[in-house]
Design a protein around this ligand. Structure first.
Ligand SMILES: Nc1ncnc2c1ncn2[C@@H]1O[C@H](COP(=O)(O)OP(=O)(O)OP(=O)(O)O)[C@@H](O)[C@H]1O
Ligand SMILES: [Mg+2]
Length: 302
């Protein structure tokens, strides 16, 4: 299965959430994580692999696409991470392979040849791994178009592809997420011109609300006026989400505001929760997203 992580805005939490989802998936499945954020390939920092935190020196995904090498570099996260509590693949059920971009790599134009390499890469990795997570650049990027064109190829019809659209719980992000999916040159429009059936593609798209404030818990530092204002704001955003066709039935899940992630992009492991540094609810939300992602019932047509 291919999972594409997209967002209209940058800095939505697309990479951090996707890395955490990949981490949970890899507890039971073989997972590949591809850094297709070609303009800024920094997902290695989230897996805490220092030599790849801005991409690798040679033979990353940029080189694969632009120079035509046969195999892009892959790093075994369980072995390469400097986080002691994540190391040791032997105790894990599944593999977690990270495919970095190149250090200094930039966006590149898509030629027919590059397109074909993309199809070959997706096809190969889909047969080697249970889930292939592809972290795309933000917005209507060349990476997004390339992924839509590749998955529309007749040779890829048998491969399951699911699309996640990440957005924050704010007015601007909700409107932007609508544009990315339903707007001009958005996912559905580009998908259709690439050869996708629009209804089938729409059924394969779910939204993820990132860093949603919890209004149920009493916040002692808050005035009554602030609490009332926040509840009204939340209600307004719910209506806005429905009007923008990203309401409850279209969401895969939500993540709470996590203080650790406000300071540091990382995998939130059980050890962070037992040390009382990260919140249990954050790990629960990542785990739930990983379960729903692979639950076919969640993805049945709407
Ligand atoms: N649940 C959360 N609570 C608080 N902060 C979060 C949460 N999820 C992500 N963040 C933080 O938001 C910031 C942006 O996240 P991230 O880098 O994953 O976004 P992105 O969409 O991949 O951005 P870019 O477009 O730059 O690649 C990071 O500092 C990250 O740690
Ligand atoms: Mg990112």
């Amino acid at each position: 299965m291919l999972v594409f992580a997209s967002s209209d805005k940058g800095g939505t939490g697309r990479s951090v959430t996707s890395c955490n989802i990949a981490f949970h998936l890899a507890q039971r499945l073989d997972v590949a994580y591809l850094d297709f954020d070609f303009g800024s390939p920094t997902s290695g920092a989230i897996f805490e692999i220092p030599r790849a935190e801005r991409g690798v020196e040679r033979e990353g995904l940029h080189t694969y696409f632009t120079d035509g090498i046969t195999d892009p570099r892959r790093l075994d996260v369980w072995r390469q991470t400097t986080r002691q509590d994540l190391r040791g693949s032997n105790v894990r059920a599944g593999r977690l392979a990270f495919f970095p971009g190149d250090k200094g790599g930039a966006e590149f134009g898509t030629t027919r040849e590059i397109q074909q390499r993309c199809v070959e890469l997706f096809t190969r990795l889909d047969s080697e791994f249970d889930v292939v997570v592809v972290d795309l650049s933000a917005g209507r990027s060349a990476a997004l178009t390339m992924a839509l064109m590749a998955t529309a190829q007749p040779s890829m019809r048998g491969v399951t592809a699911r699309w996640l659209v990440f957005h924050r719980w704010t007015h601007q992000h909700i409107v932007a997420a609508n544009g990315l999916v339903y707007g001009d040159r958005g996912l559905l429009a580009v998908g259709k011109s690439a050869g996708h059936d629009q209804d089938t593609l729409l059924d394969a798209i779910r939204f993820v609300r990132v860093a949603v404030p919890n209004l149920r818990e009493h916040n002692p530092g808050q005035t009554a006026a602030q609490a009332t204002w926040l509840h009204a704001c939340d209600e307004e955003l719910r209506k806005l989400a429905v009007d923008n066709r990203l309401g409850r039935s279209r969401i895969l899940g939500t993540t709470p505001v996590e203080p650790v992630l406000q300071w540091r992009e990382q995998i939130i492991a059980e050890s962070d929760v037992s040390a009382k540094i990260a919140n249990a609810g954050t790990v629960k939300s990542f785990r739930e997203l990983s379960v729903r992602l692979t639950d076919d019932a969640v993805w049945e047509g709407m």
